[in-house]
Design a binder for this molecule. Sequence first.
Ligand code: FE2
Ligand code: FE2
Length: 416
Amino acid sequence: MTTMYPAVSRRAFLSMSLQSAAAGVLSALLSPLRRAFAGTAAQPRFFRRVVAQDNRSSATIEWQSEAALPDPRFFWHASDGKQEKRADVDLQYFTIDGRPVFVYRTALSGLPQGKRIECRVDAAGRTVGTFSFHTDDGKSCKALIFPDSQCEGNYDTWGRVCGEASARCPDAALWINMGDLVDNGASAYHWEEWQAATDAALGARAFAPVMGNHECYSLDWECTLPQAFLALFAPPENGSPEYGRYYYSFDYGPVHFTVLNTQRKELDALAPGLFSEQAAWLVRDLAATKKPWRVALLHRDLIDYDAEPIERDPFVETLVPVLEAGGVDAVLSAHVHAYRRRSLRAGQKAKNGLPYILTGNAGNCFYDVEQNEIDEIAFPDNFLNYLTMEANETKLAFRCFLPNGILKDFVTLRKH
Ligand SMILES: [Fe+2]
Ligand SMILES: [Fe+2]
């Protein structure tokens, strides 16, 4: 969706706040956005498949509307099967920035491995949407991996990066966003822009969202619980009664992905106990997997570039030893909007260390980022990129591409 109204970025907001302390300024700027959305026709849209724990036999299908659908029903069948089955539909109603959002969700289980699944959504006896996807074959995996997609203004840059990546990789079954999907996680405008820019490119790929710090900001840029992010996407449960969807893990092909929450600065006070329970869960999660490859996905990087002077993030002392002891093969991070690749053990440069990949930038916010002593590969700050990950039982390969498909960096791991 496009709009004639400007988005208010954190940068613009801070500058505006300095110029005027008037409390009504933000409200005056944002209220036209609400009016712009008010007349949108309600219909099912943004059909998506969010990763399940085991994507060979399970899937979570979600879609949205701006008004309640009458008597929604979900049906599915395997493309080579005849019997159509019905699955329950759950509705979650909430508001973002005052705007109503109805998220419908169906958790499918008992799916056949490596098969095409055809789905249909009816409302009041009429078909209002169709969706088809392939279940994981359990043997191989190709993923598209996107660094921060947050944009100031509109999301044209993100739409171009993910659109070109998607067109070049029709065989990628998995799609990972490394966090900071949007610039402001409480803004209806930002989510609307992001979803409109993402929808067609994402298609039926399994979607794995990593929570970033920008998902944890209110409209006035205070730290807040990431309510919109949590309500929009339902990745697998983690067993926590309080902090489900804050961190999770899933399997795709031969890879076990562990998705960690690194928003300690934003959430430590708002979500007491989150980080201690995640630390205990991480040990259990890595001990339980039998997959040959293990990849950790973290939004924040090992280096805290916001600190003065620049320093290691405290999680280098807490999470990194657990990741390495738990047999993790690669660690991916984001947040800095720059591409760096390191080879590390215990936070130190090592010749045969693990690849730690700071994944780059897929949005229109660019920062000045100093090179660090641990960097093996560093690209310029005005760099836009995406990554692919390809895995089979014996090989795990990460490649970094420009949006136009030019290969800029790669690393390949092998196991026998
Ligand atoms: Fe971030
Ligand atoms: Fe970011």
